[in-house]
Structures are given as structure tokens and as C-alpha cells.
Ligand binder design. Structure first.
Ligand code: FES
Length: 899
């Protein structure tokens, strides 16, 4: 049996393990460019060639590759000599986080003749390759041979579509992600997870597990600190309830972690897990948030002290609540000539970042410092909480991220790092934990599902007189992000409208289900769906064009945006582009471009929705940056924020290059490492460009001033002496940046099936000064694609026992390239005086207006208001049939289609 990989013959002694798949075999041989996204053949990240034909190496038995030529992304080309497909991906920047890129490149390179492809042919060829970040347009461009990158101009890089610095490594499979590094002596961890939604451990027997060959350690709740904490990470650890233990004697959702087994292989660790015996006392469980609030409901954290744990009322399963009244809403409704209202349900979805959660921990030689390499958006916040849980000084813990394969808020959690750190400290050996795709669905976090009631009143002339929002949010078994997501949901969704009389009532409750957490939009995707739907209905009732109604009622420059939560949180506008965004979408929909409806039986309609995002949390989001001119003439920039496909690595270099008057290639970036700078709150709340970017700008300006003061001679003297010239700067919290997004759709709906075809999709974004147009456009397209999946198909479904039944990509319905239409992106022309070089953040915001704009278009086409996400084909058909829309195949009823 002989193996030939990337042109190299492996020594004859190298054999796969019995049953080993080609993916893990190739990674064992150092081919780290071969990625794991699912291990079920759905995502394509592991694609390699066997004798030139693309295969999913996760499904391909390694032994079958013997005697054949295997080529991986690393053998296809190298940064200095890329394959034409790799070059095409560089020219079009056909990637963001880059975790999917190897799969797309290998699939494309295996298609044979290398000619540009488009349309259906393209969609068919890539039906088994998934990308979460890009929305596929940049990948289509790469496959069509389009060039989008621009050349650098020293000192004037802002506003240019410069390529990502890591591009050559990404497209050739050399970019190192979290688990592409294996310290010598690495041990592997697997977790025993709960088979019950609510149960107490009477006893746990690990004897047989410890006897499994290769098992080194078993950790149960009896072996770990009992400190209460939250997996959700915020600048202040007091923002989330302390309701979680590393391992607990009580489990509160299916698949909660129960015990950890560490062994010399994944297989041995998993065998150890199977050998653990647990005697369970099964307890009553509650899965529905309304039932959880009812008297007598099973309590999720009933034993906890409310004040000590910062849970609003554990005796009612209440994590937090908000009740705010501005003005006199009752009087406002009494004055209204028209009132519209509705109840909406927004589902649980998963982030589905292609790189699953994973971390490796080890001790420095001598054992003085604990290192944790992890896929995180918040290395400093993870470091601080680890130090607290482990009883160590923060200075003895280093947490850092390599390139992160997508986050979308899911990596603002501490889900792996505590256990691998504990095991490494016990064993004095490196220990790794990597989540499976199933674990992502069943045991990581999700969006908070919500029930929302909205009521709006307006005068006949179209002035809003009163607004009411009531929401019930289900945080699952633990309260990470629960209260903060609820507060955020209540703010900008209403605050974008000028209205004196507003009432908000929100509750977030525990249930015995998989925990919810931070997800792109942070509550706004739920509330904006409800509010923008009712705004649309109210405008229709009044006979006013929905865009004109919004233009009449939205905030204007000089207005105070008043948050609706209990704490006063006034925000100023650094610039204002909402008027432009509304006009841009109106103009785009007014022209006739876009697809035609497939036939006369399809109903056609248009809809719009808007979103406002107040970026950066008020609780002291902080960033440090450090920049130095090195003796060799290079510039070294260190920031704490993480790059996970949001483009901050490119933008930070552009900001520094502009301040220093140099090209971006002169700047080397070190990011997301607690050893590199003093502190950074992390890459969340769209703070990477706005907060960390401002710190970078201040530090780079300081260095530019220092260099000017020293003069050429002074700089040369220091360089000759081997001295670096160093400057550092910080930026904290407020003032913050407010951005706007407006989305418009033209859709066709087929009543016979409930199918929705998107004929035109356009989003206008107020991103301030657009630092990198290609990258910013890709952020908007990626956010739109992710939101379309959430609007139409994606849902984490939970059965009557609390188990997640959509625990793989196939049943979860992640949209492939064929299902994502192109979105036209238009930018408002604004300059945010608060942002670095006038920029605003554009990470989360594009997601928020998509679902309501689509729902409003469906409503315009059919006359039926969708009130529940996702707007699946079967659900929509049922709603159309119930309303008597002609063409559903059900006897026509009283309501006609369209208006
Ligand atoms: Fe495709 Fe991130 S770039 S998954």
C-alpha cells in the first residue's frame, strides 16, 4: 500500500488507521489546508483531488487513495506560484474568513477545462460547496474571471479595494486556522453529553473510562471548580447572569456537557466517553417560554439566589425584563386615525460559521504560563474569565486566535477553553477539543427565538402617534446574552422612528433547551422583522407609500436617539445617511432591471424595510493599538481585535498606511493575542473597525508625528542603533457610531406551491466613508445571504424531549450558491465624524432589514402578511390557502391576491 500526496511519495510505513477517512489522514500528513466543516459531505471544505477528480475527503476512505495521485489545496499551487484558479480567487477576493476557500478552489480546479462559468452551470457544479461569509457573489466573480482588487497607492489606501493581506496563504491552504497547529504530545478531548433535558446526577462512575487504552484523564463535576460564571463574554462580566458551572451535577438541556475524557487519540477519548456510567434522576422540564412563565412550571435555576447570580427572578424562570414608557402611549393611540398591529414569531437559528468551535491549551516549558489557542472573537475576555475560573493571575494566561473561520457572534462565548485549560494544567501536556458539526447545533448557542407583539398608531396624514412593542425571548437553559439581546432588540427597532409615546415590555426566560447567545444583529433581526412589518401594514392602511411613510417618520439629524431600556443611553449621530438609503432603494426598485416573473400564475410585489444600528456597546468597549517603525524600515501594528472574515485585518492596515503615508505592504499586522497589546474588548458589536480602528488611527498618527519630529536623520540614527520607534494608543467606548441599512425586494410568489422567487434584491448601506469598497460590499452581500437563509429556510428545530433534530447541515437547510440571488449594493455618501477616517461599521447591520423587506414584498404580492419565520414554502402555501388566495389549489375564499 503506497500513498502519493501532492507529488510526494509517503514512506511505506505510513498507513491510515483502520476506518480512517482521507481528510484526517491528510491532516495527519501535515496537509492542514484540508478543512473540516461537517464530516458528512455537505459543505465541501475538505475537497481534494484523487487522480484529478474532486472528492469530499471526509467521506472517502483513506485506504482507497492508496496507489492513486492525491492533490490537496497545498499541492495545487503555492503563494509564489498559484494555480490559475487560486489566482482568480485572489483577483476577485473570492473569500472572507477563507475557511471554505480550499473546497471551492479544489472543486473549480477539478472541473477541467478552466473556462469561465456562470449561471445554472455554476450553481450545479458547486451544489456541495457552502460558504457562510460571502453570499457567493465574490466566488462567482472568481469563477467568471472578474478582477475586483485595486493596486495600492502609498498614503492613499482608504477607499480602495485592496486585497486581504492573508489572501495568498488562504487560497493556497497555508493560512493557519485554530486547529492547524499541533503541539508535540497533543492529547484529545471528547465530551459526554446529557441524554436528558433536565436531570440530576446521582452518581457517575468513570472506572471503565479510565481503563480504556490511551485515556489519560476524566473530568466530572467532582473534579472541577464549582465557580458560577457565564459562557457569554462582555466587557463587563456582570452583564450576564452567573448561572453556569464548568461541569454541573444538574443538567438543564439535552447535550449539555457532563464529563470530559482526555486521551491520546480522538477515538480513545470517544471510547472513554461511551464507558462512563451515570445514574440519573430525571427531572421535569419545560421547553416553551410561555409555559416557563406560568405558575408551577419546572424551574430551570430555581435554586439560585437572584442577587448573587444576577437573575431577575429564578422562581419564575425570568432572566431579565424591561418595562419602559415614554410619554403617554394610551393618549397617543387615542389620537391615532389608524392602528396596525400584529404578533410575530422569530425562530431559533444557528450561526453555522464553517469552522466549528475548538481550542488547544498547553503550558510553556516550566509551566509558568498557560497558552490557549482558540477560535474566538474575544481573546481578552476569555483570558480574564479563565483566570477567574482557574484562580490564576491574568498575566499567567495567554489566549490568542489564529485566523478564525467565521464567528457571527457565536464565538463571543467561552465554550471550550475552560476544559482544555483545566486538562492541560492537570496533565502538563497539550490538550485539544474540537466541536463536531452536530455539537454546534446541539450544544453551542443559537439566536434567541422570540414572540413579538407590535402595535402602531398614526394620524391620517401619516404621523406616528404611538408605538408599542412587547417581546418574549427564550434564552434556553442559560442566560448568556439573554438580557442584553432583549435590551438591544427594544432599542434601535423603535428608536429609528420619531414618536413621543412609546411603551416597551420585554421578558427573557429560561427553558430546558439549547442556550441562545449573540448572533449577528443581537436581537434587532427579531424586533426589526416585527416592527417593519407593522410599519408596512400601517402605511398601507393609510394609503401612503411605505417608503414615503418611513421618510416622514424616521429620525433626522439633530434628533436625540433615546434608548427604550431602563438605563439612559443617549446616542448622537456622527453622520446621517438614512434619507439617502431610502432614496437609493426607491430608485433601484423603480427601474426595470431584475428578473422577470417565471409566468403569469406568479404574483409579483415589492417591499422595503430599514434598520438602524448603534454600534459598539455602551459598557466601555475598549481597544489598544501599538505601532512601531522597526530598524529594518518595516511597520509593525498590533491590535487586539480578531479577524474572522469581517475584513478588519485589511482595514486596520489601510488606516495605519494612510496615517503614515506608506503602502499597506509596509505594515505587518499582529492581531487577537493577549500578549500583543494591553486590552481589547473583542470583535463584537461591530466594534472592529470603529473602536479598534480608532485606536489604530490614533497610534499611527502619533507615530507619524514622532517620525516628523525626529526627521529623516533622527530616524536613521535610531535604526542604525537597532532601536524601534514605538507608539501606542487606546480608544474607549463612546461616542458611538450609528449606521443605517435599507433593503428592497421585488419577488414573485407561486400560490400553487408557496415558492418565492427573488426577482430583484437591493440594499443601500450608510457605512460612512467606505474604507474598502469591495470588502464592504461583500459584507453586505454576505449579511444579506445569511439573512435570506434565516428568512426562508433555516431553523433549529427541537422535539418534544428537548432534542435538536436539525443537527446537520442538510436538514438545517443552509442555502447553497444556487439559492442565493445576487444583491445589488449601493452606498450612501456620508462621513462619520466619530469614526476612523469617517468610517462606520458594517458587520451586523446588513442582516437586519432583509427578512421584513422580504415579508413586505410577499405581502404586496399576495395580500397575505407572513408573521412567522422562516417563511418556508409549505408554511407560506398554507397561509395563502387559508386566506383564499386563488391558485393554491384550495377553493377560493374571500380574500383576493395582491394590491
Ligand atoms: Fe466562505 Fe467564510 S469565506 S465560509
Amino acid at each position: 500500500m503506497s500513498f502519493r500526496i501532492d507529488g510526494d511519495d509517503l514512506p511505506a510505513t505510513v498507513r491510515p488507521r483502520p476506518g480512517q477517512c482521507l481528510r484526517t489522514f491528510l491532516r495527519d500528513q501535515g496537509r492542514m489546508g484540508v478543512k473540516k466543516g461537517c464530516d458528512t459531505g455537505d459543505c465541501g471544505a475538505c475537497t481534494v483531488h484523487v487522480d484529478g477528480a474532486p472528492v469530499h475527503s471526509c467521506l472517502y476512505p483513506a485506504v482507497r487513495a492508496a496507489g492513486h495521485e492525491v492533490t490537496t489545496i497545498m499541492g495545487l499551487g503555492a503563494p509564489e506560484a498559484p494555480h490559475p484558479v487560486q489566482q482568480a480567487f485572489l483577483q476577485a477576493q473570492g473569500f472572507q474568513c477563507g475557511f471554505c476557500t480550499a473546497g471551492f478552489v479544489m472543486t473549480a480546479a477539478g472541473l477541467g477545462d478552466g473556462r469561465p462559468m456562470g449561471g445554472d452551470e455554476l450553481a450545479r457544479a458547486f451544489k456541495s460547496n457552502l460558504c457562510r461569509c460571502t453570499g457567493y457573489r465574490a466566488i462567482r466573480d472568481a469563477l467568471a474571471g472578474v478582477r475586483t482588487v485595486e493596486d495600492d497607492v502609498p498614503g492613499a489606501s482608504v477607499g480602495r479595494s485592496l486585497p486581504a493581506p492573508a489572501g495568498p496563504e488562504i487560497v493556497t491552504g497555508r493560512a493557519e486556522f485554530t486547529l492547524d497547529h499541533a503541539p508535540a504530545g497533543l492529547l484529545h478531548m471528547a465530551l459526554l453529553r446529557s441524554p436528558h433535558a433536565h436531570a440530576r446526577i446521582r452518581s457517575i462512575d468513570t472506572t471503565a473510562a479510565l481503563a480504556v487504552p490511551g485515556v489519560e484523564l476524566v473530568l466530572t463535576h467532582e473534579d472541577v471548580p464549582g465557580t458560577l460564571y457565564s459562557t457569554g463574554r462582555h466587557s463587563s462580566r456582570l452583564d450576564d447572569p452567573d448561572d453556569t458551572r464548568i461541569l454541573d451535577a444538574v443538567v438543564r438541556h439535552r447535550e449539555q456537557r457532563v464529563a470530559a475524557v482526555v486521551a491520546d487519540s480522538v477515538a480513545a477519548a470517544e471510547a472513554g466517553v461511551r464507558a462512563i456510567l451515570v445514574d440519573w434522576e430525571v427531572l421535569p422540564a419545560v421547553f416553551d417560554p410561555e409555559e416557563a412563565l406560568a405558575p408551577g412550571a419546572p424551574l430551570v435555576h430555581g435554586e439560585k439566589d437572584a442577587a448573587a447570580s444576577r437573575i431577575a427572578d429564578p422562581s419564575r424562570n425570568l432572566v431579565g425584563e424591561v418595562h419602559t414608557v415614554c410619554g403617554d402611549p394610551d393618549a397617543g393611540f387615542a389620537r391615532a386615525d389608524a392602528i396596525a398591529e400584529g404578533t410575530f414569531h422569530v425562530q431559533r437559528i444557528q450561526h453555522v460559521h464553517l469552522e466549528t468551535h475548538g481550542a488547544t491549551a498547553w503550558l510553556d516549558r516550566g509551566g509558568s504560563r498557560l497558552n490557549v489557542r482558540t477560535s474566538t472573537q474575544v481573546p481578552f475576555l476569555v483570558r480574564d474569565e479563565l483566570a477567574l475560573l482557574l484562580g490564576r493571575e491574568p498575566s499567567t494566561v495567554r489566549v490568542f486566535a489564529a485566523r478564525v473561520g467565521g464567528g457571527f457572534g457565536g464565538k463571543q462565548e467561552l465554550l471550550c477553553e475552560d476544559l482544555v485549560a483545566l486538562a492541560a494544567l492537570r496533565l502538563h501536556r497539550p490538550v485539544r477539543l474540537e466541536f463536531s458539526r452536530a455539537e454546534q447545533f446541539t450544544a453551542a448557542t443559537t439566536r434567541h427565538p422570540m414572540r413579538l407583539r407590535v402595535r402602531l398608531g398614526a394620524t391620517a396624514s401619516g404621523d406616528l402617534t404611538a408605538m408599542e412593542l412587547e417581546l418574549l425571548s427564550n434564552t434556553g437553559a442559560y442566560g448568556n446574552h439573554g438580557a442584553a439581546v432583549m435590551f438591544h432588540a427594544c432599542n434601535e427597532s423603535l428608536g429609528v422612528y420619531r414618536c413621543e409615546h412609546v411603551r416597551v415590555d420585554g421578558q427573557v426566560v429560561y427553558t430546558h433547551t439549547v442556550p441562545a447567545g449573540a448572533l449577528r444583529g443581537y436581537g434587532l433581526s427579531q424586533s426589526i422583522f416585527a416592527v417593519e412589518s407593522v410599519v408596512d401594514d400601517l402605511a398601507r392602511q393609510l394609503g401612503i407609500d411605505p417608503i414615503a411613510f418611513r421618510e416622514r417618520n424616521v429620525v433626522r439629524p439633530g434628533d436625540r436617539f433615546v434608548a427604550m431600556t431602563d438605563e439612559p443611553d443617549d446616542v448622537e449621530f456622527g453622520s446621517y445617511g438614512l434619507d439617502q438609503c431610502l432614496a437609493l432603494v426607491r430608485d433601484a426598485l423603480a427601474d426595470d432591471t431584475g428578473d422577470e416573473a417565471p409566468g403569469p400564475e406568479w404574483l409579483v410585489g415589492e417591499g422595503v424595510a430599514l434598520g438602524m444600528l448603534d454600534a459598539g456597546p455602551p459598557g466601555g468597549h475598549h481597544a489598544d493599538a501599538r505601532i512601531s517603525l522597526e530598524p529594518d524600515g518595516g511597520v509593525r501594528l498590533a491590535v487586539g481585535t480578531a479577524e474572522f472574515g469581517n475584513g478588519t485585518a485589511t482595514v486596520h492596515r489601510q488606516i495605519a498606511a494612510t496615517a503614515l503615508g506608506v503602502g499597506v505592504d509596509a505594515i505587518t499586522l499582529v492581531a487577537s493575542d493577549t500578549a500583543a497589546v494591553a486590552h481589547d474588548s473583542g470583535a463584537f458589536a461591530s466594534a472592529g473597525v470603529f473602536v479598534a480602528g480608532r485606536a489604530t488611527w490614533l497610534a499611527a498618527q502619533a507615530l507619524a508625528s514622532r517620525l516628523a519630529a525626529l526627521g529623516q536623520a533622527g530616524v536613521a540614527e535610531l535604526a542604525a542603533a537597532g532601536e524601534s520607534i514605538v507608539e501606542a494608543a487606546s480608544f474607549t467606548g463612546s461616542p458611538r457610531s450609528v449606521g443605517f441599512n435599507v433593503h428592497g425586494f421585488r419577488v414573485a410568489v407561486l400560490p400553487a406551491t408557496g415558492e418565492v422567487r427573488i426577482l430583484r434584491s437591493v440594499q443601500a448601506a450608510d457605512a460612512g466613508v467606505v474604507m474598502n469598497p469591495a470588502q464592504c460590499r461583500a459584507q453586505v452581500e454576505g449579511g444579506t445571504a445569511q439573512a435570506l437563509g434565516a428568512a426562508l429556510d433555516e431553523e433549529v428545530l427541537i422535539d418534544g424531549s428537548g432534542a435538536v433534530v436539525t443537527a446537520d447541515l442538510r436538514t438545517y437547510n443552509w442555502p447553497t450558491m444556487a439559492l442565493v440571488p445576487p444583491t445589488e449594493v449601493r452606498f450612501a455618501e456620508t462621513h462619520d465624524a466619530l469614526g476612523p477616517l469617517g468610517a462606520k461599521p458594517m458587520s451586523e447591520a446588513p442582516f437586519n432589514p432583509v427578512a421584513p423587506a422580504l415579508a413586505n414584498a410577499i405581502r404586496a404580492a399576495t395580500g397575505v402578511r407572513p408573521t412567522r419565520l422562516p417563511m418556508r414554502r409549505d408554511r407560506l402555501w398554507e397561509a395563502l390557502a387559508d386566506a383564499g388566495v386563488p391558485g393554491t389549489g384550495v377553493e377560493a375564499g374571500p380574500v383576493g391576491a395582491g394590491d
